[in-house]
Design a protein around this ligand. Structure first.
Ligand code: PFF
Length: 460
């Protein structure tokens, strides 16, 4: 059996990479970050950062992967020598740790989908209070996240074409259909337009330094950048594909889903007179309360639909997070795909247990004294995604400009796009990757580290 495999078509790659990008980051994280950071102003910053800086980083990652045709470690190692291989290992570690907490949140979404759709909970329960009870219940968490990890592993075992590409081709279009149907409904609710105004009319006085680096962290997480996921997916892409166009489509799809998720959630929140600044609980606490208010039948349909959507989005992302270390085991350690997948899935699941127990179930995990009394889930998500992804992006752009050479990158991009060389976009991408990204991403990474560990407001 061919252990490596490749995507069969341009659309297959685009949907798989967009599937990796579109996930909890768009539907769960983006709305609460936007709600906490002032609404429309955050949205604007986010869009600008994505197109100006993240797009070139994405093009860079995909070209590294396609150039070598190996996992993240193998790619850096081959292009830059052993010393740079650590960057691949860094990405693999981030992938494993991000998946460990991501799978817990995906498990919540899965549990909510089942509870809303198939139990009588909507008639009996106050959904707002349900979340608090639900996340401290160890067995619920264990079972739902175990199921989610199992489904993820099951798809990844089937390989790039039969598993990842096939699943993405079905789930991504379905996700769009469910999302649009829910938005149409939410816009018809009373006071929905207050939510639309909060979301779309910017108040520039809301923009602070924190808006900027939170926006960058969110953009990296949402686009799956900075840890080699797109190096890995890029390694399955053939030389005829136009990387620039594919990356642009992936970016558009990712932004569209985040944008649409906001357009769904803020009208719902405002129609119930709720505050948009609820943080991570926004989707799990506020929305179910709203579904309950819709009545038992409609609430079940709309609420079940929403959480099914969240599960689909999360699944195409957990697949890509698991694929990063799996590709490493297959390419570097020559371990058969099937065995790699099950070993890694078990490892990641075990590493996720502290996050699973951190919402009140076990005190030491719920309040880490060395991390400002935040939970283990916050710790893992902030250290391995908010901090490590922009830092990984910074190191990757340093690798391209100082070691691999942007001329080589241009050559790789020109495969499948002969007019690239000498174009404006080539100059823009080279300039951004050589000068802007290393400095800007380095600076933002330092600011985020200071903020998360010491609190920037206490220092400035
Ligand atoms: N982009 C995913 C999301 O928005 O939910 C999360 C993610 C997936 C981050 C894959 C990093 C990654 F490599």
């Amino acid at each position: 059996m061919d252990q490596r495999g490749s995507f069969t078509s341009r659309i297959g790659f685009i949907l798989a990479a967009a599937g990796s990008a579109v996930g909890l980051g768009n539907i769960w994280k983006f709305p609460y970050e936007t709600g906490q950071n002032g609404g429309a102003a955050f949205l604007l910053i986010y869009l600008a950062l994505t197109f100006l800086f993240c797009y070139p980083v994405m093009v860079g990652e995909i070209s590294i992967g396609r150039r070598v045709g190996l996992d993240a470690y193998g790619s850096y190692n081959k292009l830059g020598g052993k010393k740079w291989g650590f960057l691949g290992l860094y990405g693999i570690l981030c992938g494993i740790m991000i998946l460990s907490f991501y799978n817990v949140v995906a498990g919540w979404a899965f549990g909510y989908f089942l509870e809303i759709s198939f139990s009588d909970l909507l008639t009996e329960e106050n959904y707002g209070a349900f979340f608090g009870r639900y996340v401290v219940d160890f067995w619920d968490n264990l079972i739902f996240s175990l199921c989610f990890m199992f489904i993820t592993a099951f798809i990844v075992v089937k390989g790039v074409q039969g598993g990842i590409e096939r699943a993405s081709k079905i789930m991504m279009p379905t996700l769009f259909v469910i999302l649009i149907a829910l938005i149409v409904y939410s816009l018809t609710l009373p006071n929905a337009m207050d939510g639309v105004r909060f979301y779309l009319l910017p108040d520039f006085s809301e923009i602070t330094l924190e808006t900027l680096y939170s926006g960058m962290g969110q953009a990296f997480f949402s686009l799956s950048l900075g840890m080699g996921a797109l190096i890995t997916y890029g390694s399955y892409v053939n030389k005829q594909q136009n990387i620039l166009k594919s990356a642009l489509t992936i970016t558009f799809l990712d932004i569209s889903v985040a944008f649409l998720a906001g357009l769904l959630i803020f009208p719902l929140v405002f129609s119930q007179g709720q505050s948009p600044e609820q943080g991570p609980a926004l989707v799990f606490v506020v929305l179910p309360g709203i579904f309950q208010a819709m009545g038992p039948v409609l609430g079940k349909v709309v609420g079940g639909g929403f959480f099914l959507l969240l599960c689909f989005a999360a699944l195409t992302s957990t697949i890509s997070l698991l694929e990063v270390p799996v590709a490493y085991m297959v390419d570097q350690k020559k371990v058969p795909r099937k065995i790699s997948v099950w070993i890694l899935a078990a490892l990641v699941f075990i590493l996720g247990i502290p996050s699973m127990l951190s919402q009140g179930a076990v005190d030491i995990f719920s309040s880490l004294s060395f991390y400002n009394d935040k939970s283990a889930l916050d710790f893992v998500s902030e250290v391995f995604s908010d901090i490590s992804l922009p830092l990984g992006g910074c190191l990757m752009t340093i690798f391209i400009s100082r070691r691999w050479n942007s001329k080589n990158m241009s050559e790789e991009i020109a495969n499948g796009n002969p007019r690239y060389k000498g174009s404006f976009i080539e100059s823009y991408i080279n300039f951004t990757i050589t000068y802007v990204c290393p400095v800007l991403l380095g600076l933002f990474s330092i600011l985020i580290i200071i903020d998360k560990f010491f609190g920037l407001d206490k220092i400035l």
